[in-house]
Design a protein around this ligand. Structure first.
Ligand SMILES: [Zn+2]
Length: 269
């Protein structure tokens, strides 16, 4: 009895461990999980989650787990001008990188909003719109976890993505500093074009201060084998822009602007 019990326990453990390994491997392949996200959006879309108000954030002040960015409502308008099978994004592989995550919150707004939550929310809208436009999406993360720069890059390079977009929001010591800026590195001859397109579209769509594109030697851009940009959508350190970023519509607007820029980018000869 004891022996059989031990043997079955050992086999049970082996089964458990191997299924965990299998799950870990699966979760590493971001594209596989995209259909789950799509489904999640569909399910979520059945409900209307109100935009977060001041009363929705008491957990931050208590130092508990950060309040998630709510309001992942499904998009009500068509995402892009050329979305659908005729989109220039059809068949393109786009790597989306929500900045920070897990133990790395990124910037923290005056009201306690965490950059990692904003970047994930904007990225999820972008992934949804890209899929609607027929693109194949790979994500560096889909949940609240942190990855190294090397891991994020590996996702894009391994997938042989056609473009890499890292989503961030900015921070400054002065609360009065506001606006949009986009970073690129000459890792690829078209990175600057992509940065300019995304910068123009976001600044235009948000009517934000256009702080322009900037060349920066960020490791995440240097190692990318495709046109790559890092966009700082708005300043989370600005109370005004923090409130804007808490609006689901504003996060959708950013995602739509990036989608349009990508459509234009791949439409050019
Ligand atoms: Zn950041």
């Amino acid at each position: 009895m004891v022996v059989t019990a031990i043997i079955s326990m050992v086999f049970g453990l082996i089964g458990l461990v191997s299924s965990m390994v299998l799950m870990a491997e699966k979760s590493g392949k971001a594209s596989k999980t995209m259909s789950v996200i799509g489904l999640g959006f569909l399910v979520f879309g059945a409900f209307t989650i109100p935009a977060p108000g001041p009363g929705d954030r008491p957990r931050d002040q208590r130092g508990d787990a950060p309040a998630p960015i709510t309001g992942e409502t499904a998009a009500t308008e068509p995402a892009g001008s050329g979305s659908g099978p005729d989109s220039t994004l059809s068949g393109r592989i786009i790597a989306v990188d929500p900045g920070h995550g897990g133990g790395d919150p990124g910037a923290i707004g005056p009201a306690g909003t965490l950059e990692k939550d904003i970047t994930l929310s904007v990225s999820k809208y972008l992934m949804l719109f890209l899929e609607e436009a027929g693109a194949e999406v790979v994500a560096t993360r889909l949940e609240d976890r942190n990855l190294s720069t090397r891991e994020r890059q590996a996702v894009a390079n391994h997938a042989t993505a056609d473009a890499f977009v890292s989503i961030h929001v900015n921070a400054h010591d002065l609360e009065s500093v506001m606006g949009t800026e986009t970073y690129y590195y000459p890792n690829h001859p078209r990175s600057e074009d992509l940065a300019q397109g995304i910068q123009d579209r976001i600044a235009e769509a948000l009517d934000s201060r256009d702080r322009g594109i900037r060349q920066a030697s960020f490791a995440i851009l240097r190692g990318a084998q495709m046109p790559a940009v890092l966009v700082e959508c708005l300043y989370l350190s600005s109370p005004v822009e923090e409130q804007r970023l808490l609006e689901p519509e504003v996060r959708q607007t950013i995602a739509r602007a990036i989608l349009r820029a990508l459509e234009e980018f791949f439409g050019e000869p």
